[in-house]
Design a binder for this molecule. Structure first.
Ligand code: NDP
Length: 390
């Protein structure tokens, strides 16, 4: 039996993970489930899966969680420390599916206990890639990618020599606005940006897909995961979202990973790794599909991709600053204070400000420095957003 914990259990990735575990109940012993504000879902799943402990990120929701778990025998806990404590409970496998920089500390705690970490929380790799890799190495832990593109690359690399890899191509649907006239983008609304053409995901990542900030994070994640040079990573717009990534080798061959646009494939792969087990996703009928299409991303439409290149060039804590500034810019867009095309200039300005002052993005990639740069980047992003909005 595999002992598992799910961080971010109430979210889109968390719920898909629970769906797979519930279908193969005898194979898994659930230790910890964590969530945020969705107490009803957290308590329902903790009861159903007979978890040891359920944790909400919010201390002021502890009483609600206790009430919802009354008589179940499941422990209730709350707050950032409790999240880390839950992630430290001995298990074989942990799903890291908290959204945003909040996922980093619990993910590191899971690695410190030597568990296999299925990493959906790409922000951890972007903000702290070297720290994540070094923590895993030091504690004999394994990090498996869950992002569909990175899972695809991982699968294409099985049995291959990374030294023979020339390039890694990750695909992008192009998001909600891929076919909009460029001049209309400035007026795009939150509701319009929240409708993904192919994937059913949480709201924040869906908006990040429309702006390609999500792809920008994934480009940086690719570099950190597979330790390739930035110039080896390419992005290709693929509206059908069925080819998730391609790996190009030094003999000219390309290995493509093709699968349905359903995160349960990548989650199931990580959940059962190193074996493959049946996963209830659609089986593609390529003859019925007929054709797949590809095109280069439009630099004017997706400035986030250029910023990702700059972040990789700078290195150090530029990823932490980039992610934090992006999270705040997105908050301001969702709150109606910034326009859709104003998010990238905010992030760019924050990167420029922090890079101009020594001791920030050039500081060593340690947790306290990451936290400091993260806070600073958020503060700067608020200030820049206010200037733009005002
Ligand atoms: P959701 O917004 O759907 O879920 C996020 C989860 O994190 C929820 O359980 C939420 O709790 C919890 N949470 C929110 N804020 C905090 C906080 N401050 N501290 C602790 N927990 C918190 O996100 P997704 O499932 O879409 O994404 C999760 C991660 O996976 C992200 O890093 C995303 O980039 C990545 N990812 C997602 C994909 C997808 O298809 N959705 C695809 C590939 C990667 P609650 O809801 O109870 O408030």
């Amino acid at each position: 039996m595999r002992r598992v914990s799910i961080l971010g259990a109430t979210g889109s990735i968390g719920q898909n993970t629970i769906d797979l575990i519930a279908r193969d109940r005898d194979a898994f012993d659930v230790v910890a489930l964590t969530g945020g504000g969705n107490i009803a879902q957290l308590a329902e799943d903790a009861r159903r899966l007979a978890a040891q402990v359920a944790v909400t990120a919010y201390e002021d929701r502890l009483d609600d969680l206790r009430d919802a778990l009354a008589g179940s025998g499941v422990e209730a806990a709350a707050g950032a420390r409790a999240l880390v404590e839950a992630a430290s409970r001995p298990v074989d496998w942990v799903m890291s599916a908290i959204i945003g920089a909040a996922g980093l500390a619990p993910g590191l705690a899971a690695l410190q206990q030597g568990a296999t970490l299925a990493l959906a929380n790409k922000e951890s790799m972007v903000a702290a890639g070297p720290l994540v890799i070094e923590t895993a190495r030091k504690h004999g832990a394994t990090v498996l990618p869950v992002d569909s593109e990175h899972s695809a690359v991982f699968q294409a690399l099985i049995g291959e020599d990374i030294a023979a890899v020339e390039r890694i191509i990750i695909t992008a649907s192009g998001g909600a606005f891929r076919d909009w006239p460029l001049e209309k983008l400035a007026g795009a609304t939150v509701a319009e940006a929240s409708a993904h053409p192919n994937w059913d995901m949480g709201q924040r990542i869906t908006i990040d897909s429309a702006s390609m900030f999500n792809k920008a994070l994934e480009v940086i994640e690719t570099r950190e995961f597979f330790q390739v040079r930035p110039e080896q990573i390419e992005v290709l717009v693929h509206p059908e979202s069925l080819v998730h990534a391609l790996v190009g080798f030094n003999d000219g061959g390309l290995m493509a990973h093709v699968g349905p646009a359903d995160m349960r494939h990548a989650i199931g792969f990580a959940l059962n790794w190193p074996v493959r087990k049946p996963v209830p996703v659609e089986r593609l009928d390529l003859a019925a599909l007929g054709a797949l299409s590809f095109r280069a991303p439009d630099a004017a439409r997706y400035p986030a991709l250029r910023l990702a290149r700059a972040v990789m060039q700078t290195g150090g804590l530029a990823g932490a600053a980039f992610n934090a500034a992006k999270e705040r810019a997105l908050d301001h867009f969702i709150a109606g204070r910034l326009g859709f095309m104003e998010m990238a200039p905010v992030v760019e300005e924050v990167l420029a400000r922090l890079s101009a002052q020594p001791g920030h993005v050039d500081a060593p990639v340690y947790l306290d420095n990451i936290t400091r740069v993260d806070h600073l980047a958020r503060k700067e992003a608020d200030a820049v957003a206010e200037q733009i909005a005002g």
